[in-house]
Design a protein around this ligand. Structure first.
Ligand code: PLP
Length: 395
């Protein structure tokens, strides 16, 4: 027997996929066109150009019909050779998965450890690179926003660390959960390969992923010997010059992408980032008022995309999530691997506003009560006080 219909809107407050705006859904619902016909080229050029504006790059961008994991593999497979060494930082679950993938591809990884409560330490990166006087590291790979913990690394500082060590390694950055939510500058920060995905700040369904590629990475690709076929950049970049793909693209998702990029620019990227910062601050004030710990322990690395909430000892975070889903029809992010059952994650990214967030926080506060989690009331009030005090006022 089917479960009874739930009225109202499901609250999708996981840190991606994020809710898809009506305008994007409508764009995707248009009829599929000939991907080799004249209209497609215009769409292709528009989304490639639009993505350059989002990455803040004048360089090459490729779009894969794949989840973010595919774009991770593309970054590694295009630039590296079997046995190459790369330096990675254990910011959390996703950094660990990227490292595991590198190992499977035949790349040797050095992993700077962490307690999953902080961002990448640029000082440690600099130290490791200075110690590598033979320049054996071919790349430094960092996850910008670690979705499993809610810590955002400072890519500008990582760049400075590489420069200070005078090390020629490529810089590769995973922005799957930060792009179009948190300030990001591919060219200015000297990033060689940026990896991104469609289902978070870009407000699309899952299914597209991206590489933004520097000239230095393109040069590295010429010498790189890892086997690659589907992910190969050259053919995509060559076809992309006229807005086409070497194979059948995800046409309807590209309609959606074109619309989402328009929406981001209508709001203004700086306003998008400020909105995320503000909603994140309101969330942290709620968590603090509840008397609960934020997983990210250093404010320098606080994420504007999600907040990891640590449960008191003996409380199963997944049981709390289940209570909230059942009672209030809201999905929160689960704790992944090392922090499984210890935390839940509140996503505050994408197409959301003050009232979406207040509704989500109300669901959490009521759920904490229903699940008998020791806490103080007043988190939603603290968030509302902050949002009201910092709200735009009519002139
Ligand atoms: N990297 C980060 C930071 C992520 O958040 C995710 C997914 O959530 C991935 C990589 C993997 O991307 P996907 O699940 O789209 O393959």
């Amino acid at each position: 027997q089917n479960a009874p219909r739930k009225a109202g809107r499901h609250f999708l407050q996981i840190p991606g996929p994020s809710p898809v705006p009506e305008r994007v859904l409508t764009a995707i619902a248009r009829q599929t066109i000939d991907h080799r016909g004249p209209d497609f080229g215009k769409l292709g050029l528009s989304v490639l150009d639009g993505m350059r504006s989002i990455f803040k790059t004048k360089g090459a961008v490729v779009i894969y019909p794949a989840s973010g994991t595919g774009a991770w593999e593309a970054a590694l497979a295009n630039t590296l050779s079997p046995g190459d060494k790369v330096l990675m930082v254990e910011t959390g679950h996703f950094a660990t998965l990227w490292k595991t993938m590198a190992g499977k591809l035949g790349i040797e990884t050095t992993f700077i450890g962490s307690d999953w409560r902080t961002g990448a330490d640029a000082g440690q990166i600099e130290q490791a690179l200075r110690a590598d006087s033979g320049h054996t590291f071919k790349a430094v790979c960092v996850v910008h926003n670690e979705t499993s913990t809610g810590c955002t690394s400072r890519i500008d500082e990582v760049r400075k660390a590489i420069d200070a060590a005078k090390h020629p390694a490529l810089l590769m950055v995973d922005t799957i959960s930060s792009l179009a939510s948190i300030d990001y500058r591919h060219d200015e920060w000297g990033v060689d390969v940026t990896v991104a995905g469609s289902q978070k700040g870009l407000m699309l369904p899952p299914g597209l992923s991206f590489n933004a590629i520097s000239e230095k990475a393109l040069a590295a690709a010429k010498a790189a010997k890892l086997p690659r076929s589907f992910w190969v950049w050259d053919e995509m970049i060559a076809a992309g010059k006229s807005g086409y793909f070497p194979y059948t693209p995800a046409t309807n998702l590209l309609y959606g992408l074109d619309e989402a990029i328009k929406m981001l620019h209508e709001e203004g990227l700086d306003n998008v980032f400020a909105r995320h910062d503000r909603l994140a601050e309101a969330t942290r004030r709620a968590v603090t008022a509840w008397g609960l710990d934020i997983l990210c322990k250093d404010p320098k690395y606080y994420s504007s995309v999600l907040t990891g909430v640590v449960m008191p000892d003996g409380v199963d975070a997944d049981a709390v999530r289940a209570t909230i889903l059942d009672a209030f029809d809201m999905s929160l992010g689960t704790g992944l691997s090392k922090v499984s059952k210890k935390i839940f994650r509140i996503g505050h990214l994408g197409d959301i506003n003050d009232l979406t967030l207040v509704g989500a926080l109300a669901g959490v506060e009521m759920g904490l009560g229903l699940a008998n989690v020791p806490h103080s009331k007043g988190g939603v009030q603290a968030a509302m006080d902050y949002l009201a005090a910092s709200a735009k006022k009519a002139a």
